[in-house]
Design a binder for this molecule. Structure first.
Ligand SMILES: [Cu+2]
Length: 113
């Protein structure tokens, strides 16, 4: 009886340690939506481009990783020069990551084929 009670506890302890080690090692290719450094791929249609501010308004498709429905929202470009790659009306593929305070930064963007 005592052994049966102990085993799950030990297993849980081992799994806990293993989980921490995994999280620390997998940040480069983690798909976790809660990780601040995770890049999230998305698609949508450019509504407007503000090249001076490096901002885009995109009508983006649903993003399951973030549980976002389709919506129109602002995105900051990681580099203002990226604004020249797209124009209003373009279908685009882009990568973004959380930039803090609910803002999202586009790190890569290209017209969708
Ligand atoms: Cu959105």
């Amino acid at each position: 009886m005592k052994k049966r009670r102990l085993t799950p506890f030990i297993l849980a302890a081992l799994l806990g340690v293993g989980g921490i080690a995994l999280a620390a090692e997998s940040h480069d290719h983690s798909a976790s939506p809660t990780s601040a450094s995770a890049s999230i791929a998305a698609t949508g249609t450019v509504k407007s481009v503000d090249a001076a501010k490096g901002k885009l308004v995109i009508d983006h498709d649903p993003i399951p990783a973030l549980k976002w429905p389709r919506m129109v929202m602002d995105f900051q470009l990681a580099d203002k020069a990226m604004a020249s790659k797209v124009k209003a009306g373009d279908q685009v593929k882009f990568d973004m990551k959380e930039g803090g305070q609910g803002a999202y930064v586009i790190t890569a963007i290209e017209p969708a084929p």
